[in-house]
Design a protein. Sequence first.
Length: 241
Amino acid sequence: MDRKRKLVIICLVIIFIGVSSAYYFSGTNKTTYNNRQVIGTVSLPAPQLTGNLSVEAAIENRRSVRHYSNESVTLDNVSQILWSAQGITNTQYQLRATPSAGQVYPLEVYVIAGPNVTGLKEGVYQYEPSNNTLEMFMNGDLRGDLSTIADGQPWVKQAPLDILITGNNQKMMDKYPDKDLSIRFVDLEAGHAGENIYLQAESLGLVTVSLGSFDSNQLSQKFELPSNETPLYIFPIGHPQ
């Protein structure tokens, strides 16, 4: 092999290594999770499958509401809302309340609870659909911190609790390698979950509003979110003022 050909091959190898390293260290295919410590587990009441309000009435009456009273939200209410967002509706196949492309289920749901949630200590919890529990990993009332991160929106702090939804784009890309398609699927699924939260809140006599204005990096750092989760939605939940 002549000298010129060797130099060409060496250059191509160097370029390949450089591109591969940039892709790997950019975090594009990063799937590591933070080692959060679970400091408490709460078993949630079983969801109710019948209610006093029809689907049609819930759709007609649903509104985005940004002001809440001091009335407490019960643990039954919290369980019902979480179930509507990501709860298991078919135990044989582990199907959930919202449709998911390829049954990937890339969403995670968190609760940021203040003092006016009956049966929950103030803190941050992650919902575990498989056994209908909440895993607490942060202590204290952090609604004010979340409000600050959400561009100072006061209703985030005013509501008894906030629901945070995140999406794992890489989890979807593991099944659908097309990045744009996968991100679309995750965003669509968050929309499905969000509408379920709206309708379930209406059925329970509660109100909410979907919020997408916040600093994603600050939110991820403050609430110790895994590096492969992207914050998508905040839903303050409470009784109407």
